[in-house]
Every structure is written in C-alpha cells, then in structure tokens.
Design a protein. Structure first.
Length: 202
C-alpha cells in the first residue's frame, strides 16, 4: 500500500516467510553453518562500537569462535575415524590363512600394497584362529585382534599393534599403502606362524 512505511525487521521477516515456502530449495547443513557464521560476524561488526572494549573485544570473540570451530572439526573427524575403526577385520569372503596369504602375495607382486596389507593381516588372524591361539570372534577388528592375540603372545604385542595400526591407516584411507607397510605385516605373519607351530609341538 502506498504511504505505508516498512521497517527493516518487518521486511526481513517477510523475506524469511517467503523463502521458507516449499518452492524454494533449502540450503544444505554446510551452507546453513556458513550462513550462520557470516551472520554472526556481521552482527559483531555492527555492534562492535557498542561493546565494551570495541574492536579488541570483537577480535577476542572471533578468535574464540575460530578455536571452537576447529575443535568441533577435530572432534568430528576423530569420531568418524573411531567409528570406521570399529569395522570388522574380515570382509564377506571366508578364506583360510593360506588363501589370504596367497592372495596377499599375488597383490604384493602386482604392487597392490593396500590389498596385500589387508589380506596379509587377515592371514595372521586366521592363523591365530586355526591354531587355537585365539578363539574366532565374528566382527573382530584389527585392534581387537592385536589386543586378544597380544594377551596370548605377549612377546609379539608390539608387532601386533604395529601391524593393526598399519592395516587401519591403509584400510580407512588415512595413509597410503607402501611396501614397508606390507613388510611390517608380512614379518608379523611369519613370526605368528613360527610361534603357533612351536606352541602346537609342545
């Protein structure tokens, strides 16, 4: 209507009502977070002159805000990493220790180090289960294998956890697979086989 003054708050509310209609695509959570940060920064700048301490206070608040965001990102990544590491060591295929070992050796010959590391640690796990060093446990993770086998073979505890860490880093994409990583797991496999055979002949 002509002659009617509309203040900024009324205009903003009208715009928000309009944009909330289903015909408009909703922003992603990431975009909503970015918009929130931008809105917060704008408010701080506008209100800066009114705050005690002026720009010093604004700078301090911005530093705290950035620190909080970094902490949130770090915690989120760590939580995601921990959840990933809860995944079972074995896939859907039920192979013996010898079959996993042979597959690992073929992958290593083809320089497919990631698959070689995965199958070689699975060979370790199957060897431990087949020789009765550890009881089979569906859903066991690489770290749980290191813990369980380390309790039974304390002389190999360090090697077991080192191999499990190598498996985890490669399997969940945190570090690239390398020949050295495969060597760590292959040497553990050889040690486990020799130790398990000695135990069986006692």
């Amino acid at each position: 209507m002509a002659g009617v003054d509309i203040d900024s708050d009324t205009a903003r509310e009208a715009a928000e009502r309009e944009l909330s209609k289903p015909i408009y695509p909703r922003p992603s959570p990431k975009q909503q977070f970015i918009d929130f940060i931008e809105s917060l920064v704008r408010r701080l700048v506008i209100k800066g002159a009114e705050l005690p301490g002026g720009w010093f206070t604004i700078s301090l608040l911005l530093i705290l805000l950035v620190a909080a965001a970094l902490v949130a990102v770090h915690v989120g990544r760590r939580t995601l990493r921990d959840r990933r590491r809860d995944r079972p060591l074995f896939g859907t295929a039920a192979l013996s220790a010898a079959e996993h070992r042979a597959t690992a050796q073929r992958c290593a010959a083809a320089a497919d180090w990631a698959e070689a590391i995965r199958h070689r640690l699975r060979a370790v796990a199957r060897e431990l289960e087949e020789t009765g060093v550890v009881h089979p446990a569906p859903g066991r993770t690489a770290t749980e294998l290191a813990r369980d086998a380390g309790a039974a073979l304390p002389g190999l505890t360090g090697e077991l956890f080192r191999a499990a860490e190598t498996f985890n880093d490669v399997n969940y994409g945190e570090l690239p697979a390398t020949p050295d990583g495969y060597r760590i797991v292959a040497e553990l496999d050889d040690q486990v086989r020799a130790t398990a055979q000695r135990r069986q002949h006692r």
